[in-house]
Design a protein around this ligand. Sequence first.
Ligand SMILES: C[S@@+](CC[C@H](N)C(=O)[O-])C[C@H]1O[C@@H](n2cnc3c(N)ncnc32)[C@H](O)[C@@H]1O
Length: 94
Amino acid sequence: MSARRGGSARSTSAPTRSRQHNKRGAEFGWVECRTADIASPPHGDAEFDAVFAVQVLEYITDLDAALRQIHRMLRPGGGLVIVATDWSSAVWHS
Ligand SMILES: C[S@@+](CC[C@H](N)C(=O)[O-])C[C@H]1O[C@@H](n2cnc3c(N)ncnc32)[C@H](O)[C@@H]1O
């Protein structure tokens, strides 16, 4: 997920999840959903103020390439939030 000034956001997901992704995106009018591989995202240089990668980067084979793309898409001084879960160490309380 990435955010631009003015309160809009874009969500980019891998092609294998496109149907579910687009369905979720339709629930939020201010979120534009696209399907792409993080290795070749359809976004320009310095296009975003912030990028949020929630439980995505731990599934990426070429992490360096993904981080290079995120860096390219962020404006200078932009923010990156990464949430990655180590499921082998997760403890559940229910
Ligand atoms: C566990 S899901 C997390 C989905 C969502 N971020 C959330 O927190 O509910 C992992 C996500 O990583 C995305 N993903 C995996 N490999 C990807 C890639 N190469 N490029 C873009 N997205 C990828 C998948 O499309 C999937 O939506």
